[in-house]
Design a protein around this ligand. Structure first.
Ligand code: NAD
Length: 768
């Protein structure tokens, strides 16, 4: 059977998100909720509306919305008759779900698969009243919020679930919905929430017990541990303090009395009061953090329960640990080190204690935490990083229990590479090769089996069966002279060794957040404008060379590719992007112009899209708008509409399949052809002046700040040719030179420096 039509019942947070991702896959989906009084489809329509939220779009393009049919469970239930999959995502109430299943069973065809998105109710209870024919076709598909962006899908089997049903669901969810499917037994909280909620609770209690401020705890239980920067208090605010306390309570209710979770689950009186006062987090505008009326971030004082300023806290220990690794935190004897040890030692040993209850291998737990909670490493990978023996010794010293699976690993590790293959430990000291489905290659795993051909602190390149793979790996994968030199070296070697091609990729949160502004700041603070010009020129030369080499060049970006990171992508011959990748040239926000060929590419691409070689003025305006507004595209589909990507560029919904696709694209003709950048006849002075007038008028209307006009003027100068006669002919190199001149002239202004300072020191640029 093939899944051609789906129904999602319940159009709340999860149901709408699931329907959105099904629509992103181009599959028809009915989204049903309870009938409304005035408008029967109001709830489903509201769910669809939420998917169009520009801040976190659940759809990869507005066109995808056409696959969703909003409806209601009174008038449209017969639509289920020809659905191949019915995904139930109604409120977490057993009685409501059970009543619904009775109705579904009467309408659906006898092959239809039915799943629940429940977080806490065991399958056994969900289907206890249902006939065997229904139970065989029933499973839990536990998606994470927001569905488009969270990679994990926990697929839970019941005692009676037909293996063919699980196989079909796994294939559909992995290949068409792009999920990392982790099979789970029907144990409480499955895998991700079982470990994730434990870790959050542990961090929360540790912070209260040790008297840490929320910002201190978040600075530690965040990036330095490879955990998203929302930390613990930020995450509580994000999820909702009331919702989290319900989740904790439901785990308390369903976990056996001897489970370690209970020791971390005691309610905290302050939080009970917060819920009573409506301080439930972001949705109410106040929780542990809030924005003041003046727009400043404030934080709750955990002692006197008042809000006060929340300046960005930079903890040297946390900063150092981000580079030096988790052990640096654990070895620290300060209160911060004690916090880190308490949280991590308990979380890691709790994860180890779950084996064999939830399965026999660490891979599923590690995958669940990486894909469902966005941790950079799973618990067992973290144990390997700090050392199994180190963890055991310190647990023993603390008189804490050492789980059996952990003590079995004494003197060894949970992962190893044998004969070029990555293996994971099983119970009883056995090992197994980690095998991913055909077409899935995670570079973070593949890398463990390879030796870099060249490596520096910020970038490396590897030989992947005759293809050079360049990986940036600085903080946020920002670029500096060394990253560009690494790319240059890889290009040299592909040429000299006659390798098959070049791939730009990393299995990280982001491909690259652009040129490291710290580098730019060091140049101007050191009055070294020549050095800055050389840096830019080198960047331009290398990306230009890459666009013109004889061999194939494929970029396979994930996450953010912005600023200089996107300029690198713009010079790859073909782009195979992840469906959630975000692209754009955002330099104007920090008072700069793209100086690595980005302005030039934006213009040439608009000329191609508009097919206006004879009169490029319309393309100049389009490029001017893209650059001036620092437009970003939240999907490759939108990037194509913005001429950021070219018609031959493609996207892949499952990011684990990106690398394999990029490897096979090396053979495609479009990855081999250098794109032509012929001389252009520039509109010059007149259009340049029209743009300047438009900038001034927009400023007078209050739309732009004064420095926006200065920056916009430089963009106008680059894309029109500036103060030159109409008809002046400009080469590709002229554009590169113009970009550098404008970049340097802007860097010389105090206003640009103020934007860069606030970006680097406060985390966002000022508006000036
Ligand atoms: P929600 O409250 O946002 O939405 C539930 C929706 O179900 C509402 O729109 C409600 O009107 C509708 N509904 C209630 N009874 C119905 C019925 N009989 N027929 C049709 N619609 C009905 O809830 P949610 O957060 O989307 O959670 C849905 C399910 O997903 C729950 O089982 C929850 O445990 C699970 N879940 C939630 C999350 C999360 O982060 N929110 C994550 C994973 C799983």
């Amino acid at each position: 059977m093939k899944i051609n039509k789906v129904a999602v019942i319940g159009a709340g947070t999860m149901g709408a998100g699931i329907a959105g991702q099904i629509a992103n896959a181009g599959v028809e989906v009915w989204l049903l909720d309870l009938p409304g009084d005035d408008n029967p489809n109001a709830l489903a329509e509201r769910g669809l509306e939420r998917l169009r939220d520009p801040d976190q779009p659940g759809l990869i393009s507005s066109d995808a919305g056409a696959y969703i049919h909003p409806g209601n469970t009174r008038d449209d239930f017969d639509q289920l008759a020809d659905c191949d999959w019915v995904a139930e995502a109604v409120v977490e109430r057993l009685d409501v779900k059970k009543t619904l299943y009775q109705r579904i069973d009467k309408v659906c065809h006898d092959q239809a698969i039915i799943t629940s998105n429940t977080s806490t109710i065991p399958i056994r209870l969900l289907v206890e009243d249902m006939p065997a024919t229904f139970r065989q076709r029933f499973a839990i598909t536990h998606f994470f919020n927001p569905v488009r962006f969270m990679r994990l899908l926990e697929l839970v089997r019941g005692d009676d679930t037909d293996p063919a049903v699980l196989e079909l669901l796994a294939e559909f969810c992995e290949q068409q919905l792009g999920k990392g499917v982790v099979s789970c037994p029907d144990t409480p909280g499955f895998l991700a929430n079982r470990v994730g909620v434990f870790a959050i609770q542990c961090a929360l209690h540790a912070a209260f017990d040790l008297g840490l401020k929320p910002q201190e705890a978040d600075a530690l239980f965040g990036r330095p541990m490879g955990i998203p920067k929302t930390g613990v208090f930020g995450l509580y605010d994000l999820i909702g303090i009331d919702l989290m306390s319900d989740v904790v309570q439901s785990l308390v209710d369903i976990l056996p009395a001897n489970d370690g979770f209970h020791a971390e689950a005691a309610p905290i009186p302050l939080m009970t009061r917060m819920i009573e006062n409506g301080q439930t987090g972001n949705k109410q505008g106040k929780g542990f953090y809030r924005d003041s009326d003046q727009g400043f971030r404030e934080v709750l004082d955990l002692n006197d329960e008042s809000y006060g300023p929340a300046p960005r806290i930079l903890l040297p220990l946390a900063e150092k640990a981000e580079q030096a690794g988790i052990k640096h935190l654990l070895d620290d004897e300060s209160l911060y080190g004690q916090f880190a040890w308490r949280v991590l030692s308990r979380t890691l040993s709790y994860a180890a204690s779950l084996i064999p209850e939830v399965g026999d291998s660490p891979v599923a737990i590690d995958d669940a935490m990486k894909l469902g909670y966005n941790w950079i490493k799973g618990p067992f990978e973290m144990i390997d990083e700090i050392g199994v023996d180190y963890l055991i010794e310190r647990l023993v010293a603390d008189r804490r229990p050492v789980p059996a699976f952990l003590s079995e690993a004494a003197g060894s590790s949970f992962y190893r590479v044998e004969k070029g293959q990555l293996q994971s430990r099983l119970i009883g000291g056995h090992w197994q090769i980690i095998q991913r489905p055909e077409g899935i290659i995670r570079f973070s795993e593949k890398r463990l089996t390879l030796k870099p051909r060249n490596r520096c602190a910020v970038a490396s390149w590897y030989d992947l069966d005759g293809i050079a793979l360049v990986e940036f790996h600085s903080k946020a994968n920002t670029l500096d002279a060394d990253s560009i030199a690494m790319l240059d070296d890889a290009i040299d070697q592909v040429e000299s060794d006659n390798m098959r091609g070049l791939i730009l990729h990393n299995d990280a949160q982001h491909f690259s957040c652009g040129v490291n502004l710290q580098v730019v700041r060091e140049f101007y603070r050191g009055e070294d404008m020549d050095g800055l010009d050389k840096f830019l020129a080198h960047f331009q030369q290398v990306v230009h060379r890459m666009a013109n080499v004889k061999f194939p060049v494929v970029a396979a970006p994930v996450g953010l590719s912005i600023g200089g990171g996107f300029e690198v992508i713009l010079h790859a011959k073909q782009v195979i992007a992840h469906a959630n990748s975000v692209t754009g040239l955002v330099e104007s926000r920090v008072g700069l112009v793209p100086g690595g060929g980005g302005c030039k590419e934006t213009l040439y691409r608009w000329i191609e899209t508009l097919d206006c070689r004879d009169n490029i003025t319309p393309a100049c305006w389009k490029a001017f708008m893209n650059l001036g507004y620092a437009k970003t595209a939240t999907s490759p589909v939108i990037a194509k509409q913005q001429s950021m990507l070219r018609p031959d560029d493609r996207y892949i919904i499952n990011r684990d399949r990106l690398l394999a696709e990029a490897i096979s694209a090396i053979k495609n003709p479009s990855s081999q052809v250098a794109f032509e950048r012929p001389d252009l006849v520039m509109p010059g002075r007149q259009v340049f002046e029209e743009m300047c007038v438009w900038l001034e008028e927009s400023k007078d209307k209050g739309l732009f700040m004064p420095h926006d006009v200065t920056v916009g003027t430089e963009m106008a100068r680059i894309v029109t040719g500036g103060d030159v006669d109409p008809g002046t002919v400009q080469s590709e190199q002229d554009f590169y030179d113009a970009e550098r001149r404008s970049f340097l002239s802007l860097v010389a202004t105090e206003a640009t420096r103020a934007r860069i300072d606030s970006m680097l020191d406060e985390g966002s640029p000022i508006r000036n």
